[in-house]
Design a protein around this ligand. Structure first.
Ligand code: AHR
Length: 330
């Protein structure tokens, strides 16, 4: 019955949308498989590649899925078009990794009208009516930022610099993304609360290494008086490290600049073990099995939690070993 209603709804949606959306690709015919449309926001970072790999492995044909993957190249318009195309194809379920929080109401309503459930993965969507999606599985980005700030406060005390003037260069991820907004809040709050902390500048790095390098390189041409770099992902940190090297500034263990980085991908942990990055805040990208479990629960009519946050750690050199890094999945 559910399938029948969905087919009628899809046909109606098709009639309504035919004039304004791109031509749909036909839904795969293999009726044994559950067809999942996945709008991935991009391929900007090592984290994102690990996330896409986790999704494709978990939603494979062997496991009973036909995964239709669309890469939006960090553009929300591409995501909206992809989701509308999935609706036109009448997929069984849609997964969205949203680039930004806002702007989702209409398309989620269209999915609901077509009776297609939606799972939000990684970042969140800001919609008044949370029943527009089934569940949101991702990280507690606010907690990540809070842990980074707590660590910085303690680390400065340990170094006997608790009372010093501290100038922080803040490298920000894609504006409007939950991970950017929630990692930004704790450092801005801390600077308001700590009279000796200043944000020297907030630079847009869009979560990419190239942008991270470019903005830090340009910044250091005018101001080299930096005590901390608070970088909202590893790839921007790698770019910043290159810019610091070129500027002849020492960072990490025994250096002049404290480096804080989010994600904790293998390469960043390796730098941490080598004493080049001071703190790696973990952000776990392996959501594929979690999404698969949600789909199974939905198909079996079980109740589904609205928000699922993943357990995460923070790493400093003394908490790392080569074995731990080598055994990591990403
Ligand atoms: O939303 C998660 C963030 O997106 C990761 O920290 C970053 O690397 C990615 O691009």
């Amino acid at each position: 019955m559910r399938v029948k209603i969905r087919l009628i709804a899809c046909a109606l949606a098709l009639l309504c949308l035919a004039g304004c959306a791109s031509r749909p690709t036909a839904k795969p015919q293999d009726s044994e498989l559950l067809v999942v449309g996945f709008s991935q926001l991009g391929s900007e970072s090592s984290w994102r590649l690990a996330n896409t790999a986790s999704m494709t492995a978990a939603l494979s044909r062997e496991k009973g899925y036909e995964l239709l993957l669309e890469n939006a190249k960090q553009k929300q318009d591409n995501q909206l078009a992809a989701v509308r195309n999935f609706i036109l194809q009448g997929v069984d379920l849609i997964v969205i990794a949203p680039v930004a929080e806002t702007g989702w109401e209409s398309v989620l309503q269209e999915a609901r009208d077509a009776q297609i459930p939606v799972i939000i993965m990684d970042r969140a969507v800001a919609v008044e009516d949370e029943s527009l999606y089934l569940s949101n599985v991702g990280s507690d980005f606010l907690r990540e930022g809070e842990r980074a700030v707590e660590w910085l406060r303690e680390e400065l005390e340990r170094r006997g610099r608790g009372e010093d003037e501290i100038r922080i260069l803040h490298l920000q991820g894609t504006y409007g993304a939950t991970s950017q907004l929630m990692r930004t809040k704790p450092i801005e709050d801390a600077v308001r609360a700590m009279p000796n902390w200043t944000i020297a500048a907030q630079l847009p790095g869009d979560y990419t290494e190239a942008k991270g390098y470019e903005v830090v390189r340009d910044y250091l041409r005018g101001d080299r008086d930096i005590d901390v770099i608070y970088s909202e992902n590893d790839n921007m940190t790698f770019g910043a490290m290159r810019a610091l090297d070129e500027a002849g500034l020492r960072y990490g263990e025994g250096g002049d600049v404290i480096l804080i980085s989010f994600d904790a991908v293998r390469e960043a942990l390796q730098y941490c073990l080598e004493g080049k990055i001071d703190l790696c805040v973990e952000c776990n990208p392996l959501h594929g099995p979690r999404v698969e479990e949600l789909i199974r629960q939905y198909e079996e009519g079980e109740s589904i939690p609205k928000h699922i946050y993943v357990e995460e750690l923070i790493f400093t050199k003394d908490r790392l070993t080569q074995e731990l890094i080598d055994s990591r999945e990403y």
